[in-house]
Structures are given as C-alpha cells and as structure tokens.
Write a protein that binds this ligand. Structure first.
Ligand code: AMP
Ligand code: MN
Ligand code: ZN
Length: 838
C-alpha cells in the first residue's frame, strides 16, 4: 500500500518507486547481515585472527566507519548518538543502550507513518472486534501478504486486536505483590504440594477480598500468608528437580532419526479442552517431544503467552493458549514426567512464561541452545542449527509479530510449526556431536542436561515497584538531573507504573523510556510541551495530559538544586543537594533560579558559614541513629518501635508477634477486617484486660506529654523570636554541637502549630504514591531534649501526597505513652509554611 501511485515522477533519485527503493535497501541489509555472519566469532577463532595486526587494523577502521555511520543515522533522527558525547560513553553497554533507544524512536516513527499511509488516523477510535476482518500484524521487515492489498502493516500498534485479557477466566494480577505459583495439583510429585496450594480457602484470601485501601490490603495479605511464605515462593518442583538423575537414554550416542518433511506432517491446531486432553494423553506415551512458545508483551503489563508449539516424532501441534490459558496446567502431567525429555531451544523465557501464565513446570528438559554453546558452534540460534543440520533456511521474520491475532494467518502458523518441527532431529544431532566431541563419553551431554535442569529451577519473578526502581532506571540513563528533573522523573515513573498495572499495558506502551526522560529533562510548562516531547504521543499520555501536567508542575515547585552526586551505599541513598541562599527560606519562585545560581556540591564545604545551605535528602539505614536496643533508654526503645512502625505505617494496627490468634479467625477475611479496624481485638481476654490497664496508664502519660509538648512548642516559638539563625537556635538549645552544617536565615513565616488532634494516620492509608523528604541535616533534636530524631521517607510519602507538600524537615518524637508526633517544616509552593506538628 506504500507503493507510489505516480507513474511520472521518480520516487527519489535513482528509484522509480518505493518498492525499488526498498528492494535495494533490503538487499544492502541482507548483504551486510550475511557479511557480519561470516566474521570470526568470539572464542578461539576470533582470538586467533586477533593475533594478526592486519586483522586488528581492519577491524578498527571498519568499526570506526560503522560507528560513524550509525551515529549519523541517530543524529538524523534526533536521537542521542555516541559520536556526540563520546568522551562520556565508553562501555559497549552504554552504546548498546543508545542503539536500543534510537531503534525505539525510529520504529515508532515507522509505525506512525505506516498508519498514516494506510489511512489510519491516530485519533480514530478502535473498531469493535469482529467489525472488520482481522489484519495481519507483523514486523516491518515482513513481506506483504499475497493479495491483500488493503491490509495495513502495524509494527507495534495493534489497535484492532481485541484484548485477549478480556476473555481470561482468571483475571491478571498486576498488583505490586510477589508472584505466587499458580499450581493446585502436582502430578509426578515425590514431595507433596504444600497445603497453601491445595487449600482453596487460603488462596482465596487475596487482598481484593478486603474492603480496605490497596496498600493496606497488600500488607495484610502479606502478613496473613506469612506462615505460608516459604511455600508460596518456593519452586513447586524444586525437590523433584534436585533429585533428578540424567535418564539412561541420554547416556549413549543416539542414531539421529530424520524429521518427517514439513509438508507431510499433520499440524493440529488445538483450541478446545478435549483436544488438549487428547494431546496430553499422546504426549504421556512419548519418550521425548519438542516445545516452543510465542509471547506478546507490548499490550499487557506482564506479557501474554499466545501460542504453544509441540512436536512429537510424528506430528506437530499448535495450542491456542489464549483460548486454553486456564486449562494448560493439565500438561504438567507430561511436562513434569521425569521419564519424558522435553526439548526446547533457548528456554530461559519459556520456563518463566509457563509458570507465569499456566502454572506449568518442566522436569527433565534438554536445551539445544546450551548444546550449541557447548559445541562451540559459533552461532547458537535456532536458525543456525536448522541451517547446519537440516539445510533449512528459516527466517525469524515473525519472531516479533503480534501473536495475539486470531485467526492466525496461514503464514504465521507455518512459521510457528517450523519452530518445533525440526527440533527433535536437532536434539539427536547435537547429542551425537556432543558424544563425538567428548570422545564417545557422555560428560558434555551431562553438562548440557545439567544446565537445562538449572533453567527449570528458575522461578518467575514479577516486576515489583519500589522507591528504588526509578533510581535504577535513572542510573542506567546516565543523565545528570537537577532536583526538579529528578523529582519529575520519579513522579513520571510511578505514574507510569501505576497506570501500566491498572490498564494492563506495558510500561513501554504507556510511556517509552526515552520520552519519559525527555519530559523530565525539559519540564514543559504547558501540557502542549509534554505532548511535544512525545512523538508519536502515546494514547494514555494524551488521555492523562492534565494529570501529567500537574506532576510536572509539582516538580517545578521544588527548590532547584543541582544533584551532583548520588551516593548509594547498601540501602542508604543519599542525595546531596546544594542550594543558593534565596531558594530555601522566604518566598521564592524556584523556576527563576538560573543554573549559574547553583553551586557545586561539596560535602565538606558546608562547614564554612558563608557557604549556602546544604540540604540532604536521606533514605537512612534502618539501624542508624537509634543504636543497639540493648543499651537504650526506655524512651529510645519506644522511639525504636515507632521507627519500626514507619517501615510500614500499618504495623501499628497489627498484633505484636507473640499474640495468639485463633486459627479460625485467621482464615476468615471478614474477621480480618474487624481485627484491623479494631487494632486486632482478637486477642485473648487476658491480653485485653492487661491492655485496658495499660491504656489508663497511657492516658495519664499522654496528658502529661501533651503538656510538655505544649511547653516545648512555646519555648521553641520564643526561641524563634530571639535567634537570628537556625544554627544559633540550635546552639541555644545546646544540642547540635556536632552539626557541621550552617543555616543562616530563620524561617520567615510565623510558626503556627498544627492542631494535632485533627490528624489521624488512617487517612493516609492507601494514598501512597510518592514521597519527597528533604531533610535538614542534624543529628539531634532541636526542640525536645529526650527526643532523637530521624528522617522518614515513608511518612513523607503519605503526607506529601495528602497535602501536596514537600516536607523539608521532619522528625519523629516519641512521648512516654508511645504516641507518635511528627514535626516537620512544610515547604509548599516554594515557601516555607512554618513548622508543624502532626
Ligand atoms: P522464539 O523462541 O524465537 O519463537 O521466540 C519466542 C518469543 O520470544 C517471541 O514470540 C517473542 O515474543 C519473543 N522474542 C524473541 N526474540 C525476540 C527479540 N529479539 N526481541 C523481543 N522479543 C523477542
Ligand atoms: Mn522459543
Ligand atoms: Zn518460536
């Protein structure tokens, strides 16, 4: 459909139409690919050639040329290229990242242009399924379908495919909780399946059953299932796999059994349970069969396995795993049978996908990819093995096709069939070669078999969002961001993660990395500016443009600081930020601070009184600042337990570990809610009585503490009026002699204590999306003598979200009855709003 319809003008100099141009281009690419395939491979051959200076020089010159060429292409598309900032980029990995990034951009452009060429405007609504014939959705390098001149060729935009998720019997669990094995029967078990999996009641207690905010629900679920934790997260077939011995059949050199010609082999498409059961019966009678999967990951958060191909010596099968997703588990009978060898090629992902989507495990597997590696074949791809052993010129053109489409076009079915059709023969051949390579011994086979077994032991791990995730990506991107950019990046990252989970889309679909970086970098003032950063604009970005605009606005409101260094030490993340005088205290529009106002970071320089203030952003180690509980005062111990509660703010609603809870109550969700809302009243009567006593005592103490707090606040206010610097104020309190940081101006706004009684921790439940806690560096309390203070990112997280404020300075104090007080300086819209307590 792209062909030029003008017969007169040339499409471009030297080419009469697009086809001619494409033909030439494709020819070039194919020739280049072939040539690169002929180069000596890493390993012996390459090292040998490397020893010749002539070869080295040749490589260096050609390498330069290629890099230059690629750089030009990247620059042409407005991408970052490695020639430009060459000095900074040294590693192959960084360069590779740049190539990937550029590929993203270019492929997205191609997708859009193809859309346009085929008359699909981007604002066009999605057609209901069945409204139009399904279209072939394949990669751009695929040939056009024979006669279907009207077909469009989307690269990744498969808009007209009905989402298979809608038909899944079991809804996809994108929640931010670890993956739990999907297994409830365990065929071929030596060790029985743990009760957690066989007890339906236990499993049903999922967070969504609880009428509580999601964050709390997740936590409750975690706690509730704690005793089953080990079982839940262990590999159901670990025992069987670890006790597996290599089958006798693998110990001798095989006589390769030639595959049946592809054309003469029946290929059964399986989409009903009956057929699947019949297949399972058939497989159970074999001694080996070959398996492959096709997977889709663009329009789903966790990805979807769309197809399973199975080949026996006689027949090929293709299972529609979208249709039979919930029934696939029955194949465990043959897949975990230790007497049947399952042959895969490159099973790393397959093993995970089988667990993730079907709860299927593999016991006794042979990976021909590992065999190829052990044979030092140079290239280990299936294409290569097929060429080598079967003289079949396969081509992986449908590898990245959208495998969700139904009915599957004939061409794609054939492609899928070929993926396993020859595999058993390849299995024979590599085994024979492995024997020959080991002088007739089975030790190489043993190595491959053992590596394959290790693969089977792999557990699927769900992507989990933590406050660290964005930093991980940020570090990879190798950009140095200032404080506003970093906050924007963090906000965008968590927005994207949340939306991707909710909408069940990949993060790449919601907002590709390079676009996210661009928005964070440019901090557009207007929604239109955000759109301009994203070409083409992802649908969800367009839809949520106001939300995104708010996030960027929020980021622009924080003080502009240059983040010169990010220290990551174990679980301590320390951002050291430096800021010019005017930005911290007093009214100030942060967006007007110029780069030159920013000073270079210096951890030591802060000793100098004239040096502008230093603000540190901390995520402190849990055990820091409080010390060993062995020699702590009572107050300190209480502080400790409160600190612990900040690991998870809901801990205070949960029973201490030693409290006995009746077994029945534990498994009843409604009772659970009751327990939580009533602070786990399901304690023994004895306990309750004790508690009542303690409460009275506590009340008395609370009263006393309240008075003391009032006094403290008063004296603090007084001190505010008398001292001119925060440092002096600290001196007045005589508590901060160790502080090496200086603060010269007092907060300009008057201090108005917040009415503590109005606050309630529960209001924060479920509001966690983000936090920003910028703390003044200090080691001691400024206000209250017996109080230690710490920086709480987790708490900041809630409060910021709730009030849309950035907490500048926050610490916790513990008063004798164990109640929690938070004091913090609120920084809102660029102004200090005063010191508050909650
Ligand atoms: P295969 O084992 O080659 O049939 O590939 C199985 C699945 O892996 C495909 O359906 C794709 O989803 C995925 N896949 C394979 N190769 C790539 C690749 N180069 N990039 C991304 N995904 C891939
Ligand atoms: Mn595969
Ligand atoms: Zn495949």
């Amino acid at each position: 459909s792209l062909s030029s319809n003008s017969d007169t003008a040339e499409f471009c100099p030297g080419f009469k139409d697009v086809d001619a141009f494409v033909k030439r281009g494709l020819g070039g690419v194919v020739a280049a690919t072939k040539a690169s395939g002929l180069l000596p491979q890493a390993g012996d051959e390459f090292d040998f050639y490397r020893s010749f200076p002539g070869f080295q020089d040749f490589c260096a010159v050609q390498g330069e040329r290629l890099l230059h060429c690629m750089s030009q292409l990247m620059q042409h598309h407005g991408c970052r290229s490695f020639m430009k900032d060459r000095s900074k980029l040294t590693g192959l990995e960084e360069r590779f990242d740049l190539v990937i990034e550029s590929n993203d951009v270019i492929l997205e452009k191609v997708g859009i242009m193809l859309d346009e060429a085929s008359g699909v405007t981007r604002s066009q609504p999605v057609m209901p399924a069945g409204y139009q014939p399904p279209r072939i959705v394949v990669s751009s390098w695929n040939r056009k379908g024979n006669d279907h001149s009207g077909e469009t060729f989307h690269l990744l935009h498969a808009k007209n495919i009905q989402r298979p998720q809608l038909k899944f019997k079991e809804k996809v669990d994108n929640s931010n909780t670890p993956f739990v094995a999907k297994i409830f029967v365990k065929p071929n078990a030596i060790k029985p399946l743990p009760s957690y999996f066989t007890n339906k009641k236990l499993q049903k207690e999922r967070p969504e059953d609880l009428d509580v905010p999601p964050a709390l629900a997740d936590f409750i679920h975690q706690l509730r299932t704690q005793e089953h934790m080990d079982d839940m997260f262990s590999h159901p077939y670990q025992y069987e796999l670890e006790h597996l011995v290599m089958p006798e059949i693998l110990r001798s050199r095989p006589d390769p059994q030639l595959y049946k010609p592809l054309a003469e082999t029946s290929c059964t498409f399986i989409e009903t349970l009956e057929d699947l059961v019949a297949l399972n019966e058939k497989l159970a009678k074999t001694t080996e069969f070959a398996v492959d999967l096709e997977h889709h990951s663009y329009r789903s958060f966790l990805g979807i396995t769309c197809l399973m191909q199975i080949s026996t010596r006689e027949e090929d099968f293709i299972i529609d795993t979208l249709e039979l997703r919930s029934e696939m588990y029955i194949l465990n009978e043959s897949f975990t049978d230790p007497t049947i060898v399952k042959v895969f090629h490159g099973a790393d992902s397959d093993i995970e996908w089988l667990q993730k989507d079907f709860g299927v495990y593999v016991v006794n597997m042979f990976d021909t990819h590992h065999a190829a590696r052990s044979l030092n074949l140079g290239r280990n791809s299936l294409d290569h093995l097929l060429k080598l052993y079967c003289s079949v010129d396969s081509n992986k053109r449908y590898q990245l096709a959208d495998w969700r489409i139904r009915p599957l076009p004939e061409e794609m079915l054939k492609y899928a069939q070929a993926d396993t059709h020859y595999l058993l023969y390849v299995y024979d051949r590599v085994r024979a070669d492995l024997f020959d390579a080991a002088n007739g011994q089975s030790n190489l086979i043993q190595v491959v078999w053992s590596k394959s077994k290790d693969l089977c032991l792999k557990k699927y791990v769900k992507p989990i969002f933590t406050e660290e995730s964005y930093m991980e990506l940020h570090r990879k991107q190798k950009k140095s961001f200032n404080s506003q950019q970093l906050v924007a990046f963090r906000l965008l990252f968590s927005w994207r993660d949340k939306l991707a989970r909710e909408e069940d889309e990949s993060t790449g679909y919601v907002l590709p990395n390079h676009m996210m970086m661009k928005i964070a970098e440019e901090l557009p003032k207007e929604p239109q500016g955000i759109i301009a950063c994203c070409n083409p604009t992802p649908p969800l970005v367009r839809q949520q443009i106001n939300e995104l605009h708010q996030l960027i606005k929020q980021a622009r409101e924080i003080p502009l600081l240059k983040v010169s260094e990010i220290y990551v030490l174990h679980n301590v993340t320390l951002l050291t930020l430096l800021q010019s005088e005017s930005t911290l205290f007093g009214p100030h529009d942060t967006s007007h601070v110029s780069e030159s106002d920013l000073m270079e970071l210096s951890l030591q320089g802060s000793d100098n009184h004239n040096v502008p203030r230093v603000i540190l952003l901390f995520l402190l180690k849990e055990d820091e600042g409080v010390g060993n509980s062995g020699h702590l005062t009572v107050a300190q111990q209480k502080a400790c337990s409160i600190l612990e509660s900040f690991e998870n703010p809901f801990r205070m609603y949960l029973p201490s570990k030693d409290i006995h809870i009746s077994k029945n109550a534990k498994y009843d969700p409604s009772t659970k809610i009751y327990e939580i809302s009533n602070r786990w009243k399901l304690q023994s009567i004895e306990k309750q009585q004790k508690e009542a006593q303690a409460k009275q005592e506590a009340k008395k103490q609370a009263k006393k503490a309240k008075e003391e707090l009032k006094k403290a606040k008063q004296s603090y206010q007084e001190s505010l009026q008398n001292v001119s610097t925060v440092r002096q104020q600290l001196m007045v309190n005589g508590l901060n002699k160790r502080s090496t940081y200086t603060f010269q101006t007092p907060p300009s706004a008057a201090f108005t204590p917040f009415d503590y009684n109005q606050s309630n921790f529960k209001v924060f439940a479920g509001m966690i999306t983000s936090f920003c806690c910028v703390c003044l560096r200090s080691d001691e309390s400024m206000v209250y003598p017996e109080i230690r203070f710490r920086y709480f990112c987790k708490v900041g997280e809630f409060i910021e979200h709730q009030f849309n404020m950035i907490i500048l300075h926050m610490f916790c104090m513990c008063v004798r009855d164990g109640s929690v007080f938070l004091m913090f300086t609120l920084f809102f819209r660029g102004k200090i709003q005063g010191l508050h307590s909650v």
